[in-house]
Design a protein around this ligand. Structure first.
Ligand SMILES: O=C(O)/C=C/c1cccc(O)c1O
Ligand SMILES: [Fe+2]
Length: 314
């Protein structure tokens, strides 16, 4: 097998405000199984699609897509901090191939990433540096957002590159499903917060970082008591989305507009474009089989929480 895919929701609330032990056990079992499968696959290259949450990408320059040539994680919410092991020459070849294929992704030689990248690297791979990883950012929170179609085409281009390497490639998608945590919006803030979103938030003072995290934890507590205190989770849409991916109907999502998705499932649901890109990359290897599907709405984590694996048909 030359490729394996694992998509998984992330949430920085893990360990800060957890669901009941039975739910936690269930999720840990799902993650442990995925981790074991990945260890057996023993990837030579990992390509990780993830969003950011105004920790590394800001409105000074906000790309739709960015491929990391080097990257470091900030360690927000207690996730791992430090350098990722990015194979620079291979990442450069990836960017060349993607641009030659018609997708104008930005590149970064100093990509700053948050829990969106760090959590799957820790939980699924065992750390930031365990395997060589090319990080691929998809803007999922800062309008104007890329469309489902562009995310799919990005994924297909990266998949063609991945296939051309001849390596055992693990494709990871991090984020989603339905959710809307209290991420600030440029159109709704002014003064210091607007300035933070425009770039001064790249190096937050410790007290502001702490206050920011506490705001999210408090919002989660309120959300459990009152599901309308944030945009409600949408298990029905989440399950349909998983059906769409599992049955390889990725282009069915092309017609779903960004405003429509926000209204149906919440403004951070655009993170599912990381899953679409990962599945599109897998599709470049031919027909695939999706398996080990998991889903549960977990309000404590402000997440329609899911997992789905896939591999090429034999
Ligand atoms: O505030 C943030 O940085 C993001 C929080 C969050 C909460 C729940 C689910 C997610 O995907 C998040 O990124
Ligand atoms: Fe997120």
């Amino acid at each position: 097998m030359t490729t394996l895919l694992q998509c998984l929701s992330h949430t920085p609330l893990v360990g800060h405000f957890d669901p009941a032990p039975a739910v936690l056990d269930e999720v840990e079992t799902v993650i442990a199984k995925a981790r074991e499968r990945i260890a057996t696959f023993d990837p030579e290259l990992v390509i990780l699609f993830s969003p950011d949450h105004y920790n590394g990408f800001f409105y000074d320059v906000m790309p739709s897509f960015c491929i990391g040539m080097a990257a470091h994680a900030i360690g927000d919410f207690g996730t791992a901090a430090g350098l990722l092991s990015v194979p620079q020459a291979l990442a450069e070849q990836c960017a060349e191939a993607v641009l030659a294929d018609g997708i104008d992704a930005a590149v970064s030689y100093r990509m700053q990433v948050d829990h969106g990248f760090a959590q799957p690297l820790e939980d699924l791979l065992g750390g930031l540096q365990r395997y060589p990883v090319i990080p691929v950012f998809i803007n999922s929170v800062a309008p104007p957002l890329p469309s489902f179609q562009r995310a799919r085409l990005l994924g297909e281009a990266i998949g063609r590159f991945a296939r051309s390497t001849g390596k055992r490639v693990l494709l990871l998608g991090s984020g989603g499903l339905s959710h809307q945590p209290p991420v600030p919006e440029l159109a709704r803030v002014e003064g210091l917060m607007a300035d933070r979103l425009k770039g001064s938030g790249r190096y937050l003072p410790a007290d502001e970082r702490e206050a920011r995290q506490q705001r999210v934890i408090s919002a989660a507590r309120r959300f459990v008591e009152d599901p309308n205190s944030l945009h409600p989770l949408n298990p029905e849409w989440d399950q349909q989305f998983l059906d769409t991916l599992a049955s390889a109907r990725l282009s069915d999502l092309d017609g779903l507009g960004n405003a429509e998705l926000s209204a149906i499932a919440g403004k951070s649901t655009h993170e599912v474009k990381t899953w679409v890109a990962a599945f599109a990359a897998l599709s470049a290897f031919g027909p695939f089989d999706a398996f080990d599907r998991y889903y549960r709405p977990i309000p404590e984590w402000i997440a329609g929480y899911g997992a789905l694996a896939a591999r090429p048909l034999a």
